[in-house]
Design a protein around this ligand. Structure first.
Ligand code: NPQ
Ligand code: MG
Length: 369
């Protein structure tokens, strides 16, 4: 295919309730979409970067700049020899910027698969028609508020609860949820790097609660620290921010620093690298699950296809659209008996709704070849 132009669209989408983690609290989700216009059709993707470099080093205007200055000129330069599979090798010279790379690789893959009439799920070799859905529950101002939200999500049918934790909001919060809802609900925690090697004894106290996993307790660069923690506690250690490639995943597994992997396509540079991480994990009997970046339907559709791959054996943060948004920007993804259906239509399988884009779009930039 030949890339004619790319439209970068910035959208501000209100959240139904504030989402607080150890690194931010937001009630307006700012999103960047990449809209690829090629000679075989159009494709859509959602950049996973946040407004600020708080979850990772990438951020909106930075991702848009690296696309405009370096990534798109290189891909325009390929002329008619461009394929989604050619993106990573073409951009191999460029260090990092995985969320920016993911945005264009995925938009091109969407255009390519819409053209060939293939769904993301069949392209990835996914086997499930629906996937079990977990939910990520933010840090709250009080335990009763937390229990209220957890009760609501359980009544909606979510099959797994993930609690955001940080120093001062950890042991008591988890204990309250176990005391209130019992020991059968699958429960896990996510620290988003909020702890250090000095907190091992505190983190060990969480072994009391039969958690599925503890996600990214330490700094994303402290692989050895996660190895030491994994040897020190019973709760399985899951890595999110630390895993940005299949080679990195293989090393962390070999070092014993990771027992479960949260795969986010935007964090690792796209669905092709995500598939490689899936295959490395399966080869080492390491369970994986699909993480989320509060995606709108455009990002959520492709994630559901990934979450339907055989090695994704734990519920993901692939929640219903209603977890975050009053109105999604595509046909909404709905929770049915704790599961969400995997799109079957060609490409990502959903389309943005023009009038809703107009409501939330704050800027549109067309970058031509
Ligand atoms: C995680 N995702 O697993 C991330 C954290 C995250 C669903 O918990 C705006 C504000 C965007 C906060 C994206 C979930 C965010 C955000 C992701 C937090 O670590
Ligand atoms: Mg996480």
């Amino acid at each position: 295919m030949k890339l004619e132009a790319v439209e970068l669209i910035r959208l501000n989408v209100p959240l139904k309730s504030a989402f607080r983690t150890s690194f931010s609290s937001v009630n307006l989700h700012q999103v960047v979409w990449a809209h690829a216009i090629t000679d075989v059709g159009e494709g859509w993707a959602e950049c996973g970067a946040n407004e600020r470099p708080d979850y990772s080093s990438e951020y909106h205007t930075g991702a848009m700049a690296v696309l405009r200055e370096f990534i798109l000129p290189d891909l325009f330069g390929l002329g008619a020899d461009l394929t989604a599979e050619a993106v990573a090798p073409t951009l191999h010279w460029m260090k990092g910027h995985r969320m920016a790379k993911h945005a264009i690789e995925t938009a091109l893959l969407d255009a390519q698969l819409r053209h060939s009439g293939t769904s993301f799920a069949s392209y990835l070799g996914s086997t499930k028609t629906e996937v079990p859905s977990g939910v990520s529950v933010g840090i709250m101002d009080s335990i009763p508020e937390l229990l209220g939200f957890v009760a609501d999500y359980l009544s909606q049918g979510y099959v797994r609860i993930k609690l955001k934790i940080e120093p001062g909001w950890d042991y008591e919060a988890v204990k309250a949820v176990r005391d209130e809802f019992g020991w059968d609900i699958p429960l896990q925690v996510d620290a988003n790097t909020a702890y250090t090697r000095h907190d091992f004894d505190l983190l060990k106290r969480l072994d009391e609660f039969n958690l599925l996993l503890i996600e990214q307790p330490l700094n994303e660069e402290d692989i050895l620290g996660h190895k030491k923690l994994a040897d020190y506690i019973e709760t399985p250690v899951c890595l999110d921010e630390s895993i940005v490639s299949a080679d990195g995943a293989a090393d962390a597994i070999e070092l014993g620093a990771v027992e479960i992997i949260n795969i986010k396509p935007s964090r690792v540079g796209g669905y092709l690298e995500s598939k490689k991480i899936h295959d490395v994990a399966v080869a080492h009997s390491i369970p994986v699950w699909c993480g989320g970046m509060l995606e709108t339907g455009i990002g959520r559709a492709a994630n559901l296809a990934l979450a339907a791959m055989p090695g994704f054996t734990l519920p993901g943060d692939t929640s219903a659209s209603s977890r975050y948004f009053e109105t999604d920007l595509t046909t909404p993804f709905v929770l049915e008996n704790g599961h969400i259906k995997v799109p079957t239509a060609p490409g990502i399988g959903v389309d943005p709704i023009p009038e809703i884009i107009d409501r939330f779009a704050v800027s549109r930039e067309l970058i031509k070849r």
